[in-house]
Each structure stands twice: as C-alpha cells, then as structure tokens.
Design a protein around this ligand. Structure first.
Ligand SMILES: [Zn+2]
Ligand SMILES: [Zn+2]
Length: 355
C-alpha cells in the first residue's frame, strides 16, 4: 500500500510504501476511495495551534507521532476483516467515523468518543486516509453511504459532522423560533445553513468580511448576510433578525474579533458555540457571564450517533451536495499546499487509485 505522510512538521508530505495491512481482532482494512483534505490537516502539518497569550498547543505533546498519514474524511470499501469482526458487506461504500476514543472510559461508553481523554483519532493519532488503504479498529465506525458518490460523502465525517454537532448544541425549540447568527461563511458556515434547513430551523444571519462569501451565503438560503467590518454590526444584525434578542450564535472563525462580537450579541440566556480554530485570545467581561446567564461552549467534531443522524438526512436528499474538487492521491502535497494558500474552491478530496 501507499500513503502520503507528514514526516516533519511544515515539510512536504512524503510518499511511503508499506506492506498491505493485515487486520487483527475486530479490525477492518478498507481500500480508500475518497479522502477529504481538511483545514485541520494543515494544523497537523504545522504541528500546533495558537492559544493566544503567547502560547501554542504543540501536537507532538498531545500524542501525535511522526511519520503520520493524515486524512480523517475517508470513504472506502472493505478489503479484509479481522477474525473477530462481525461480517460486513464488501460491495458497499462506507464513510469512516474517525473521532475514535479508547472505547473503555465512561465518556466513550456514553457514546462521546470524540471527547475521550485518550483519543485514537484516525488521521491524527493513527494513520488516516491519504493512502490506498486504511485500518479501522471496529466495524461500528463504518457508516453505509448507499449509492452516494464517495467523493461527496467523505467531507461529512468532519466538516459535515462539525457543523451538525454545533447546531445540536442549541435547544431545538429555540432553533425553530429564533434566527441563528453565524460568523464565517466559508465551507462550514454554508454547510450549517443546510443542516439548519433540514432540521426545520427558522434560518440564519451570516456575518463575513468577504462580499463573495456573503453572496454565497445568500444563495445558500441565509436570511441576511452582514459585513463583519460594519461600524454598526450589532444594530445591523438585530435589524436583520427583527429583534434585539439574539439567542444563538455560532463562530466558525474563532478569532478574537469574531468571538468578542459574537459574545456581545447574546441576549440574556443566550448561547455562543465556538467551532473555528483561528486562535488567539478574547477579553470577555467576566461579570457579563452571570449577568447575562450566558453560555459559551466549544464544539469539537461530533459523536458517532450524530454522524449516523446526519447521514440519514443526506441519504433522504434533504441537503444539497457539497461543492468538491477531485485530486489524485499523488497530488496530496500539492493539494494540501493549495488549501494552505487559500486556492481551493469547495472541498478538496483525494481519490486514491487502487492497485
Ligand atoms: Zn475513552
Ligand atoms: Zn477535518
């Protein structure tokens, strides 16, 4: 098998050839049909996150060992199963749930493996999908995609799940009756609009600096799209919402400016969910947390049940396909760098050819 690996942080991905994987125990080996290239692969490649206050989160201190095959948005077909794996249909395409935990702790037992303190995520802690083959520890992490195009299905494991899980953190009754304010009209913001529609939400007011992205948000069904640079941002958003009471805000940027603006919008009892990993620091007035009874919650990907729930929406045709661009596996490094340079339109997906 072939894989494209991070051998040094910030160095070009290197092609490595290995023996074909032989599954042990409950493991499943799949031939990779599609592997999405995600912004978090860039953070991995860079080796960390800016935490603000002059600090960095270094991934090498968080169980990330090199060389590593990135890729956590993977669709494949079953190639081989370990002796203890329940039987699987080898003709089907499966989307792989990558946010795997230890499987043993209370958090994992509750079904929130994405929050496990001993993560074993595919493409981060274990080898991922920038490869011709991938190993999955158990068939339960495989979600049947039916007759969907694997390239269209792959990004749901990360960007799809991330946006879906962020919305699941709000009270469904609030979503149905009150508009959500979304900071960031990139790929995540646009996908969020689709879930909101599929879930029967009232709609969203989108804030972005880029006029082209604001236009894309309107095309995707946003109630309004507001320039984040406006001197009267709060008033603009309230006017678009038809109310001063903003209950629900999602920040897909996660920068100091957006997080501060987002928090300042909240009405008493409101909630801000931060998804974006731009980084930096924010200076919220602490007294406003109790005075506004405000909630600020981080959202990191989502759990397996949420992935199954959102794929049911997708299979029912309740969401439009994500715009994607297809790239051969041997262009993995070029594709990652194109994403780094902001040159990717839609979601870039690698399409490994299987020997
Ligand atoms: Zn666990
Ligand atoms: Zn991702």
């Amino acid at each position: 098998m072939k894989c494209y690996c991070i051998c040094d942080f910030k160095a070009p991905l290197q092609m490595m050839e290995k023996e074909d994987f032989v599954p042990q125990g409950t493991q499943v080996v799949l031939d990779v049909k599609a592997a999405g290239v995600c912004h978090s692969d860039l953070h991995l490649w860079e080796g960390g996150y800016d935490l603000g206050h002059g600090k960095r989160l270094e991934l090498k201190d968080r169980g990330v060992a090199l060389p590593l095959t990135p890729g956590h948005e993977t669709v494949g077909v079953v190639r081989a199963m370990g002796p203890d794996a329940p039987a699987l249909d080898t003709s089907k395409h499966y989307l792989i749930y990558p946010w795997i935990g230890c499987g043993q702790c209370a958090v994992c037992q509750r079904g929130d493996e994405n929050l496990c303190a001993a993560p074993a995520c595919l493409g981060i802690h274990r080898h991922g999908g920038y490869a011709t083959q991938i190993v999955v520890p158990h068939p339960r992490y495989l979600v049947d995609i039916g007759d969907m195009d694997p390239v269209l299905a792959a990004p749901y494991a990360c960007s799809g799940l991330t946006t879906f899980s962020a919305l699941k953190k709000f009270d469904p009754a609030v979503l149905q009756n009150e508009p959500v304010v979304i900071f960031g009209a990139g790929g995540l913001g646009l996908m969020c609009l689709q879930w909101l529609h599929a879930m029967g939400g009232k709609g969203a007011i989108v804030v972005d600096l880029d006029p082209a992205k604001r236009e894309a948000a309107l095309q995707a069904g946003a109630l309004a799209a507001i320039d984040g640079n406006s001197d009267t941002l709060v008033a603009d958003i309230q006017a678009a919402a038809g109310t001063r009471n903003i209950w629900s805000v999602i920040d897909y940027v996660g920068a100091p400016a957006t997080a501060t603006q987002a928090f300042n919008l909240l009405v008493k009892g409101g909630k801000l969910v931060i998804v974006g990993l731009f980084g930096g620091q924010s200076e919220w007035s602490l007294a406003l947390f109790p005075l506004k009874a405000a909630t600020v919650q981080g959202s990191y990907v989502g759990n397996l049940a949420e992935l199954r729930e959102l794929m049911a929406f997708v299979k029912e045709g309740k969401v439009r396909p994500i715009p994607v661009s297809r790239h051969p596996l041997d262009q993995a490094d070029d594709t990652l760098m194109a994403l780094h340079d902001g040159k990717v339109i839609g979601r870039a997906v690698l399409t490994p050819s299987v020997e």
